[in-house]
Ligand binder design. Structure first.
Ligand code: ATP
Length: 332
């Protein structure tokens, strides 16, 4: 199976190299078509995303990417946002669950965030009204809100989840968030077997740090989803552990939550777990659940020993040593 691979920049190349080694070690049957994007490509070719990358994604329909630093200026908001918009990858799915026995404030946190990926303040409709006043427009449509809601409810139904929580600020943004909420409510009616709950985003943030086990599947708008998933990541061990994906109708791009982490790039300090778990999501979606299970078991075992912790987890292990140990643990 051919998958487009974008190694990205910052810690991207390091965590991608680790992920590739692990997939090879389990003989995953995934072959990569490697094409990069970002600042290094811009320097040579004058574009951030080369045409051959678009062509490859369109052909393979599946891509996995490392983080790419957001260019400042040059007309692009972000390469990630650009790819999500171009291919209408409307669902950003982020499972929030600790992949190993870590010392956490809460055990048993296990929820999944479905973040609408194409609208909201990320639509990029902004202007400077005067030198002292700027305007950003928030767009919410019934169609796109119901599309993400259906994805969340269908996921809940298929994966034995019990509850879907919609997160908005509909008490204040009565039109935009009001429409999102009304649209999700309508979809919820078709799933009477699932508990449907509504919560305001400020209360949701508080509940997440007080009683996170109450959440099961969350469906929300673009900006709230972005913030809540970082909050969620913090609950279960941090950004170095959190996978994610962007799904459209017949295409998906798998990417971890974390950014390119320029502060630790090139130093062999990154935690590759997020990237490896992101690959597990790809394997699972492609029917290779046995391989993903093997990898998840090895990650669990690796995280059992604090000597294996990378710096983000409070240890001083390197990315490459962590990977070596994880691969050894695959055999046990
Ligand atoms: P972006 O805007 O692209 O999301 P960011 O600056 O908000 O990026 P990250 O690049 O994800 O955030 O980094 C936030 C912090 O988390 C940094 O201190 C970084 O070193 C750390 N971090 C992120 N990912 C990892 C990782 N895989 N391993 C170790 N530390 C990480």
């Amino acid at each position: 199976m051919l998958v487009t691979l974008i190694k990205g920049d910052g810690i991207g190349p390091e965590v991608v190299a680790s992920m590739k080694k692990v997939l090879k070690a389990v003989d995953s049957k995934v072959d990569f078509e490697e094409i990069n994007a970002g600042a290094s490509v811009f320097e040579k070719e004058g574009v951030y995303i080369p045409d051959r990358l678009y062509k490859s994604i369109e052909k393979n329909k599946l891509a996995i990417k490392g983080p790419i630093t957001t260019p400042i200026g040059h007309g692009f908001r972000s390469i990630n946002v650009e790819l999500r918009k171009k291919y209408d990858l409307f669902a950003n799915i982020r499972p929030i669950k600790a992949p190993g026995p870590l010392d956490l404030k809460f055990d048993g946190v296990d929820f999944v965030i479905f973040r609408e990926n194409t609208e909201d303040l990320y639509a990029g409709i902004e202007n400077r009204v005067s030198s002292d006043i700027a305007l950003s427009i928030k767009i919410i449509s019934k169609e796109k809100s119901q599309r993400i809601a259906r994805a969340a409810f269908e996921y809940a139904k298929r994966n034995g989840r019990k509850k879907v929580t919609v997160v908005t600020k509909a008490n204040i943004m009565k039109e935009s968030d009001g429409l999102f909420l009304a649209s999700v409510r309508e979809v919820a009616k078709a799933y009477p077997d699932l508990i449907f709950e509504e919560i305001l985003v400020d209360n949701c943030a508080m509940q997440m740090v007080v009683n996170p086990r109450k959440f099961d599947v969350i469906v929300t708008e673009n900006l709230y989803g972005d913030i809540l998933s970082d909050l969620g990541a913090g609950l279960v061990g941090g950004l170095g552990l959190m996978p994610g994906l962007n799904k459209g109708k017949d295409m998906a791009i798998y990417e971890s939550i974390h950014g390119s982490a320029p502060d630790i790039a090139g130093k062999d300090l990154a935690n590759p777990t997020a990237m490896i778990l992101t690959a597990c999501l790809l394997l699972e979606d492609c029917g290779m659940t046995d391989k993903a299970k093997l990898i998840r078991k090895a990650i669990y075992k690796t995280l059992k020993d604090k000597n294996n912790y990378t710096r983000d987890l409070g240890g001083n292990n390197t990315c490459s040593k962590f990977t070596e140990t994880l691969i050894k643990n695959l055999g046990d």
